[in-house]
Write a protein that binds this ligand. Structure first.
Ligand code: WT7
Length: 656
């Protein structure tokens, strides 16, 4: 791990109080109220969550134990019986929400659709019966590899309805990446589409599934359910592949929710780490339902009339928790958008806000920075007056981007919630409550009630104010990940062994460095492990290195991040070639294509440096710190005495 360092935001001390009009109408409308909640939760977290589990969710049977904590194994609401789709759908049907829009979908090219709660319930039940008819049973894993269409959410909910475990794979991942994930989870079924629209092209989802399954390379998969989306030409394998419109449309709309144990697995979602292949983060039912419900309700200060839009893809945790489960559990209207801003349609986000009167808008810093570059005319030409709350997630937001968001989009009227969390945490950990917490540009402010977060050193001792350290959580919370799918040992090693408090307590650590200022505000500085954050997406450097060395030209590779104005970090690959290969633009292009094929375009290196050697310690370990300095053109910082051959640095500095 690298030592967390303090960056430029150390001098950022502007503070923005919640706008009066917002606070006066908010559920949690003052810092006193936040503090009261926070203190009450901290004094007895289990009691706090149990009360909310009772008041906010429907249980078929009540739990016998609120929290069973045998570090690092937590069980929440053990003995309780629940189905998250009952909470997301059925319970709204007996209320005025029955005919309220659950999902508003704005698709490409120009398509749109709305599902009321009653309609969504019906479609989910039909899809659930369809996948049951394909032999999927409670506990089976189902791969979901879909474009951003309502059927992606319907597929997830259909799995949850019958107790199958969904494993959504982002549609931008390659056939190889899909195959790895299907195999790791031993998926029985894959739900996909013929294709999807991305920017001004279509992406060939079904043919990627075919490639992933070719030559019996993912032998657990027996069926593929295919939605017709683009109408592009595809192959349908006899006996294996079934059209959605044949099976789902004909299925019965009567499908009672399977009563799940609170700790039954709800989904697996793969995320990159600093070592090995991506890990399957396991989330279970009751705690996840509760935590995403409560965080959605309070952090977005939801009102019955809100039109809520999170711009993420359902392929990421943000889409799981804050497009699908959190909003629907609250009976909110959740907008799904298939498009992405691009040169041919740079104002598309603001068009969607105007068209649907979006009130809550939640996006990523990388998108905000892209909009800044496109100029203020685009948002200024649209009516954004419906907006009342703005959110950001994915990476630290630079104060300049925060200020632009605040003034140009929010017209200084809308609070900004900067939410720090992870795939592993399931829901928001550090975030302002918009009617209560004064915000500071670049700070995710304070822990959500019930979250005991701290900045510590490697022994678990709290850092002093403004001193950098490791961001940890000291007590279990309901939506924490339960294990790495099929690899409990990796779970323990990755998250629970880096910080070793002397008193033997366990602290959850998932890789970020941060500091806390004198007002108790947290400032997340970024990963301190070998994980890079490109446009809010998490990439393990080792994963990209493995992809590179699988190319015949590459003998050895080391990948690091370098600061990038738009993406947060860009990917720089240092590559040693095998004899007979020549570095240059052609090979760089080929290697980019190779990484795209192995992982997906999101992992494609931005820059290559071909070299004869890499800086290594005498014991042969690559000194990544030096590579990071080189990649960003900085002076070589810190100690280089362990470097085996200093001349390597001079060669690499030249670039290629
Ligand atoms: C990593 C988690 C959680 C949804 C999106 C990414 C970084 C996330 C923030 C934020 C600073 C942030 C962290 C974290 N991160 N949100 N508001 N401020 N950093 O989920 O792929 O699991 O990545 O994203 O480094 O560890 P993920």
């Amino acid at each position: 791990m690298t030592q967390p360092t303090i960056e430029s935001v150390l001098n950022e001390n502007r503070t923005f109080a919640p706008p009066e009009a917002f606070a006066s109408d908010a559920t949690i409308g003052s810092m006193d109220k936040y503090q009261e909640l926070y203190d009450r939760a901290a004094a007895d977290p289990a009691k706090f969550w149990a009360e909310l589990a009772e008041s906010e969710l429907h249980w078929f049977e009540k739990w016998h134990t609120v929290l069973d904590w045998q570090p690092p194994v937590a069980k929440w609401f053990d003995g309780g019986k629940i189905n998250i789709t009952y909470n997301c759908l059925d319970r709204h049907l007996t209320t005025a929400r029955k005919n309220k829009a659950a999902i508003i979908w704005e698709g490409e090219p120009g398509d749109s659709r709305t599902y009321t709660y009653a309609q969504l319930h019906r479609e989910v039940c039909k899809a659930a019966n369809a996948i049951k008819a394909m032999g999927v049973k409670k506990g089976d894993r189902v791969g979901v590899y879909m474009p951003m269409v309502p059927e992606a959410a319907i597929a997830m909910l259909a799995c949850a309805r019958i107790g199958a475990v969904h494993s959504v794979v982002f549609g931008g991942f390659s056939a190889e990446a899909l195959r790895d994930r299907l195999n790791d989870g031993e998926a029985k079924l894959v739900i996909t589409a013929d294709g999807g629209y991305r920017k001004d092209k279509t992406i060939p989802l079904k043919s990627a599934v075919d490639a992933a399954l070719a030559d019996n390379a993912a032998p657990s998969v027996t069926n593929v359910l295919v939605l017709k989306r683009t109408g592009q030409d595809i192959n349908m394998a006899e006996g294996r592949d079934v059209w959605w419109h044949d099976l789902v449309d004909a299925a019965s709309a009567d499908c009672p929710p399977e009563p799940m144990d609170s700790e039954d697995m709800l989904f697996v979602l793969y995320t990159s780490g600093s070592t090995g292949k991506p890990k399957g983060v396991v989330h279970t039912t009751g705690g996840y339902n509760l935590y995403t419900h409560v965080t959605t309700k309070w952090t977005f200060d939801l009102k019955e009339t809100d039109v809520y839009w999170c711009t993420a893809d359902v392929g990421w945790i943000t889409g799981h928790s804050y497009i699908v489960y959190g909003p629907l559990s609250n009976g909110a209207t959740s907008l799904m958008y298939e498009g992405v801003p691009r040169p041919s349609n740079p104002g598309c986000f603001w068009d969607v806000v105007e068209k649907y009167g979006v009130t809550i808008f939640y996006t990523a810093p990388t998108a905000i920075r892209a909009f800044i570059k496109m100029g203020d005319d685009l948002p200024n030409a649209r009516d954004l007056s419906s907006l009342r709350l703005l959110g950001t997630v994915g990476e630290p937001i630079n104060p300049e981007a925060w200020m632009w968001y605040h003034t140009v989009i929010g017209k200084e009227r809308c609070p900004i919630i900067d939410t720090w969390w992870q795939t592993e945490t399931g829901g928001f950990m550090l975030t302002p409550l918009p009617g209560a917490t004064p915000t500071k540009p670049g700070s995710a402010t304070k822990p959500f009630p019930g979250i005991l977060a701290e900045i510590v050193d490697l022994d678990g001792n709290p850092a002093a104010a403004d001193e950098g350290g490791y961001l940890v959580v000291k007590y279990p919370w309901p939506s924490m990940m339960r294990t790495v799918y099929g690899n409990f040992d990796r779970f323990r090693r990755t998250y629970w062994e880096h910080i070793q408090p002397k008193d033997g307590n366990y602290m959850y650590f998932a890789g970020d460095g941060a500091r806390k200022d004198k007002d108790g505000y947290f400032w997340v500085m970024g990963r301190v492990d070998d994980v890079i954050n490109v446009s809010g997406h998490r990439l393990g450097t080792m994963e990209i290195e493995s992809a590179l060395v699988s190319h015949p030209a590459v003998a050895e590779a080391a990948v690091v991040g370098k600061p990038d104005d738009l993406k947060g970090e860009a990917v720089v690959a240092f590559v040693i070639l095998d004899g007979g290969f020549e570095g240059g633009d052609d090979l760089a292009k080929e290697l980019k294509g190779h990484v795209t094929k192995e992982i997906g375009a999101i992992a494609r290196p931005d820059e290559f440096r071909f070299a004869d050697d890499l800086p290594k310690t005498r014991s042969g370990k690559i000194m990544r710190r030096l590579l990071r300095n080189l990649a960003s053109g900085q002076e070589i910082a810190g100690d280089t005495s362990t470097l085996q051959d200093r001349s390597v640095l001079d060669k690499l500095r030249g670039g290629a």
